[in-house]
Design a binder for this molecule. Sequence first.
Ligand code: DSN
Length: 398
Amino acid sequence: MPTIQELIARERQRQTHSINLIASENFVSEAILNAMGTVFTNKYAEGYPGKRWYGGCEFTDMVEQHAIDLARQLFKAEHANVQPHSGTQSNLAAYMALIKPGDKVLAFKLEHGGHLSHGAAFNASGKFYKFVHYGVSRETGRIDEDEYTRLLKENPDVKLVVTGASSYPRAIDFKRLAAIAREHGAMFMADIAHISGLVAAGEHQSPVDVADVVTMSTHKTIRGPRGGMIVCSSKFASKIDRAVFPGGQGGPLVHVIAAKAAMLEEALRPDFKQYQRQVVANAKAMAKAFTEINPKRYRVLTGGTDNHMVMVDITGTGKNGIEIENLLGEQKIYVNKNFIPYDPLPVTQTSGIRVGSPLLTTLGATEQHFTQVVQLIDRAVSGENVATQAQSFMESLA
Ligand code: DSN
């Protein structure tokens, strides 16, 4: 077995010499990477700034308070909790704060682009709460508001509505969905794991004013360390804090909170807005390039994108999602197989792939680079060996 140092070196080499289009991944800055590798990993700090169960928290308190203040500033929120270890932990904490086990929740279907922590039967959310799910319209591929409203009418005991998605390329009208939820007496939660960077930069409508609680992960478009974060109104502040600790977690990862603070400092700089604008422009360029190559071979779901990802039905290539994922991986291009709405294939195969622009955009790629990448994908899918070109493409960005 190689040493851990050797494996880290190999992974660094893999990451810098392959084209990564996984929509939920990004490259963090040296400042964020360094914060994670600090002595704050040695510190126990159960509790919150000023109210800890351990001594020696004076610098930890300053780090966490700084992160909280920056998160509130960035998302214009009354309260922030920066301790969740992940997006899923953030969601479980939000459920614990807002509802009781056995309560009914309406959320977006996993098979249409939702997330496992939004009530999948095999996830704690689906085991402890009763979920009903809305999906997208078969015709438009967009969230089916009629079904959303009908399900709320048919289930007057829905206590909470969860919005947000993992594989949905269009803007979500949080204001409208919140208004409908309220009309039916339900609380409203937005999981912005994927789009938190876009929301922070004003490139996507923010749910902060209309949602009771907003959850997110911190490692996707917002380009921070792996982790989670919650922002909410002051009405739910203490419930959220208690649900995170001691409700669902013990000691916070102080080194990761330090990295979240570094992420938030970066997200408040003007160039972050420019980055997010480019992320969206690049995703649009990919959608256009797939369609221009052949819209039957690469059917871009919903005809395009409003965010950082493109969902592509690849049935027209004669291959399924896992075959495309594996074939591209061998050519040093990473995408992920993905269910498409109303997919006839099992989850292990799928009829689609999901491609995203955040990571390459961090490395400076613009629209023409993404057009080139889509052309490389098509050549690989057609059986050409493009690994060397993929590697040179990455070198050209460096
Ligand atoms: N949210 C998933 C993704 O989008 O990759 C991971 O949980």
